[in-house]
Write a protein that binds this ligand. Structure first.
Ligand code: GUN
Ligand code: ZN
Length: 431
């Protein structure tokens, strides 16, 4: 049996701290104990240390904050090479930048290389779990699953389904999409810490027959998720209305095919009205809020207040390459700015919940990760509070965990992520 302990400031949430303020646990001098890859204890040093078996190695980390790893609830691994690509709103950006980049993933060697870069960047930014789009190519999903399995990462992904309105080399068919998806589920779901998500790109690029097929696969596999885009950008919504004139709105297209349920995660939902948000909530579906992407692609300002009012479980996401950073800390800051433009002030502790436990809940992995409660898998970060001179100065003045989180959300990035652990094993150390 292996047991190790880390003495540092500790922070996590056991529930949404806006609903339950006592759900946030902060220990300025804390002790995290890890046994065989799982959390054995999390608490104040003075309380936990006396119970620690004598021979346990304790590492003392002054000026460091330990948190759970972040969960990115929506990200595209093949878009690493179009992050920070200039120009255009969603549909033009897809045509100009994304589709050409994704065409290269028919080549397994290219997919393998980008998968490694992608996982390196996630871990370097403190993201230990993600729900990821691949490309239409089966090999793209195989490359990512193989790379994540080798690193023992809790990752959920899926081959993209798109059988129309996409360029050559990026279309499947109803039958190849079905066969590839079924084969990938058989081969990868439940291996190591991997999960599968049926991934129709969005209503624009799938026929009714393909969306129906996705619904059939979802119904046949109760442990598989559904991952797609919804109501992101005005021109996209117009296009969906044109292509599906008999559906009352965008969400109705997915509802008609059995794609809206408790295992569904919809990226964006920026332009869902109150009625659509209530239908999402009633179905138990989750929204992934991607503030950086929504700003960069000019999509609009998601309303956390509306999601909250309607009861939609919402998590935070980068949407790389639409989003301009892999950092969930940065996303907390971007989410705050979106809130300011809407007149809603985002509590930093709530933002932290969105980046950790809410993501785990949306992905149905909250029994395993999302916080550092005893028994959970020990995916955690060591954050260096003085990674930059400005960060050192401002974190030294932060008196409350909310102040500390807000400074990190505005000023920190991968430079502050000193170490990332997966199941108690060091998976990334800052250079
Ligand atoms: N909608 C359909 N495909 C995409 C994509 O790749 N990125 C974003 N942000 N939205 C999409
Ligand atoms: Zn996306």
């Amino acid at each position: 049996m292996s047991r190790r302990a880390y003495r540092a400031a500790l922070l996590h949430v056991l529930d949404d701290p806006v609903r339950a303020p006592e759900a946030a646990a902060f220990h300025p001098d804390g002790l995290l104990v890890v046994e065989d890859g799982h959390v054995a204890a999390f608490g104040a040093f003075d309380e936990v240390a006396p119970r620690l078996p004598e021979e346990t190695p304790v590492e003392t980390l002054p000026g460091r904050l330990i948190t759970p790893g972040f969960v990115d609830a929506h990200v595209h691994y093949p878009q690493v090479d179009v992050i920070a690509a200039w120009g255009g709103q969603l549909l033009d950006w897809l045509t100009t930048h994304v589709f050409p980049a994704e065409q290269a993933f028919g080549d397994r060697a290219h997919a393998d290389e980008v998968a490694q870069v992608f996982l390196d960047r996630l871990l370097a930014h403190g993201t230990t779990s993600a729900l990821a789009f691949c490309t239409v190519h089966k090999a793209s999903a195989e490359a990512l699953f193989e790379a994540a399995l080798a690193r023992n990462m809790r990752l959920i992904a899926g081959k993209v389904l798109m059988d129309r309105n996409a360029p050559d080399g990026l279309r499947d068919t109803v039958e190849t999409g079905r066969a590839d998806t079924e084969a990938l589920i058989r081969a990868w779901r439940g291996r190591g810490r991997l999960g599968y998500a049926v991934t129709p790109r969005f209503a624009v690029t799938s026929s009714d027959a393909q969306l129906a097929m996705a619904g059939e696969i979802l119904a046949a596999h109760p442990d598989v998720l559904l991952h797609t885009h919804l109501a992101e950008n005005p021109a996209e919504i117009h296009e969906v209305a044109r292509r599906f004139p008999h559906d009352r709105d965008y969400l109705a297209v997915y509802e008609r095919h059995g794609l809206v349920g408790p295992r569904s995660i919809f990226a964006h939902c920026v332009h869902c009205n109150e009625d659509a948000m209530r239908r999402l909530a009633n179905a138990g579906a989750a929204a992934a809020f991607c503030p950086s992407s929504n700003l960069l692609l000019g999509s609009g300002l998601f309303s956390l207040a509306q999601a909250w009012r309607c009861g939609v479980l919402t998590a935070l996401a980068t949407d790389v390459g639409g989003g301009g950073s892999f950092s969930l800390l940065s996303m907390m800051g971007e989410a705050y700015k979106v809130g300011q433009l809407r007149g809603d002030m985002l509590d930093p502790l709530h933002a932290f919940y969105l980046a950790t436990l809410a993501g785990a809940r949306a992905l149905h992995i909250d029994d395993k990760v999302g916080n550092l409660a005893p028994g959970k898998e020990a995916d955690f970060l060591v954050i260096d509070l003085s990674a930059t001179p400005l960060l050192a100065r401002r974190t030294a003045q932060a008196g409350t965990p909310a102040e500390l989180l807000f400074v990190l959300a505005l000023l920190a990035d991968d430079r502050a992520i000193e170490r990332t652990y997966l199941m108690g094993e060091l998976a990334h150390a800052r250079a």
